[in-house]
Ligand binder design. Structure first.
Ligand code: HEM
Length: 475
């Protein structure tokens, strides 16, 4: 879809509309329009499309899919508070640092499984913060639960898997025996409820043993057990799960993209390692408090999200009432897409947009949340990977910190290169080979991972010892 949006923007202009069944969709490939409409008129442009498909999949009340109602506000408040920069930097940083150290060790012990390690790592951090449990491996419940849910759901969301129910809601009344897709959707719904129900059971059993932990589930349960639940038990289980769903595969996809780019462009890798080495040699790995001293790593992270945005068409926003923009009517209930891919590859904004070039972000050393929504939008080379307006990703602070830490630590510890065959010839990596979908991630690729020195590996073992006791408390 993102490629079609780009093509049509060249044909019809940077703002164009589409007919989706009886409904309208408008695609904004223009930064000013994104700012004028989504950022500045958030009260009008922040609903989501009618959630018929979401209802079938059992995620109608999910914070991603629900419209701007009180429950959405409450959920965003919970997420924004618990994943705020202050909470992350004063409290949650220990989990992130410790898990990033485990990740380095996993790369050292079993480099060929690097993709599973990344998936375990992103899931583990968010599970610790939400459920108080860490994923000790990709096989344990906390390491694979979210990915099973996402896989089942994405099968249903593949193009053509479910007919256009959002556009033609009567389709949802077709009996299940005539509509195999309804069975698949029900299966995905039941699976989601089962898995997040099991997560809740594990939390309750732990609490019953007197083991209360510093995590969101325990904070909310203490409150709701005392004052009553503001939602059903299933919705509560799903609320905790939604944050895991938002945080796991998006971040792991962004990290995989960076590894692909580092292996493909060794000069960029060397430059980044040069910066890291100036700040810490082999006796310690980089930590978040080094952020200001490592602007090239920040630029790398931003460039990865520009070059290969995880959600290249964002999530649609629905318009609450008729509006006009530059003489164009934007009818109530229109779905608005940000043409993220097109904006990120627009030659009038970026020089050589197809090239991976972190340098374009040097001098713009703050985090994405600073640039998002800024009235000086034209001054900054901002990316739209986290969306825009009131629905902008509330997990962006956590995501950026995780991706930055991983990138800095892995570059400090390892050299990444393209694999070679038996005769030593390089097997060139394809930077276009991606799994298409709502979350776009590189297809599995072989990666050569080599420790930079024995001293670096010894430091990882030392840092691992320091983290063990802390992490054991979440097992
Ligand atoms: C690289 C990592 C990530 C990317 C690229 C990403 C991207 C996005 C995008 C594009 C949206 C839609 C924004 C819009 O509608 O304009 C979104 C929404 C959301 N994201 Fe993220 N995200 C990431 C990580 C996370 C993490 C770690 C969490 C953890 C909680 C999270 C939670 C959410 C939630 C709850 C929403 C729904 C917000 C709403 O509809 O009000 N995301 N994200």
């Amino acid at each position: 879809m993102h490629a079609s949006f780009s093509k049509w923007s060249r044909q019809y202009g940077m703002i164009f509309s589409l007919k989706f069944g009886p409904g309208d969709a408008i695609v904004l490939c223009d930064r000013k329009a994104v700012h004028d409409l989504l950022d500045k008129k958030g009260n009008v442009y922040s609903d989501r499309p009618e959630p018929h498909v979401a209802e079938l999949l059992g995620v109608k009340h999910n914070v991603f899919t629900t419209s701007m109602n009180n429950m959405w506000k409450e959920k965003r408040k919970v997420i924004a508070h618990n994943l705020s920069p202050a909470q992350l930097d004063n409290k949650h940083f220990r989990v992130q640092e410790a898990e990033a150290t485990v990740l380095m060790n996993d790369f050292f012990i079993k480099p060929e499984s690097y993709r599973e390690h990344i998936r375990r790592y992103t899931a583990s951090i968010i599970h610790v913060l939400i459920h108080g449990y860490r994923a000790t491996s990709s096989e344990d419940f906390w390491g694979h639960a979210v990915y099973e849910i996402m896989e089942r759901r994405s099968t249903c969301l593949e193009p053509g898997a479910i007919p256009p129910v959002d556009q033609f809601p009567f389709l949802k009344y077709i009996p299940e025996k005539l509509a195999r897709w309804k069975g698949q959707a029900r299966d995905s719904k039941e699976w989601t409820e089962k898995i997040w129900g099991e997560a809740r059971d594990r939390v309750e059993k732990r609490r019953a043993r007197g083991d209360k932990r510093d995590c969101l589930a325990d904070v909310l349960l203490d409150d709701y057990d005392r004052n009553g639940f503001p939602m059903s038990q299933t919705e509560f289980n799903l609320l905790l799960g939604e944050m895991i769903e938002g945080g796991a595969d998006t971040s792991s996809s962004a990290i995989a993209t960076l590894l692909l780019a580092l292996a493909k462009y060794p000069d960029i890798q060397k430059k980044a390692q040069g910066e890291v080495d100036k700040v810490c040699e082999s006796e310690r790995s980089p930590v978040w408090s080094d952020f200001e001293k490592l602007p090239y790593i920040n630029a790398l992270v931003k460039e990865g999200l520009r070059w290969r945005p995880v959600a290249p068409t964002g999530l649609p926003h629905r318009v609450r009432q008729d509006d006009t923009y530059n003489g164009m009517l934007i009818p109530k209930d229109t779905n608005i897409f940000i043409g993220v891919w097109q904006i990120h590859h627009d030659e009038s904004i970026w020089k050589d947009p197809a090239t991976f070039k972190p340098e374009r972000y040097l001098g713009y050393d703050k985090l994405a949340s600073y640039y998002a929504g800024s009235s000086d939008w034209a001054e900054y080379p901002h990316h739209y990977a986290y969306g825009a307006g009131r629905r902008i990703c509330p997990g962006m602070h956590l995501a950026e910190r995780n991706i930055w830490r991983t990138t800095a630590k892995l570059l400090w510890a390892f050299n990444f290169s393209e694999p070679t065959d038996g005769s030593g010839a390089v097997k060139s990596l394809d930077t276009e080979a991606y799994v298409e979908g709502l979350v776009r991630e590189p297809l599995p690729f072989e990666l050569k991972i080599e420790p930079r020195s024995k001293e670096h590996m010894a430091t990882i073992q030392k840092e691992l010892l320091d983290t063990e006791k802390f992490l054991r408390a979440f097992e």
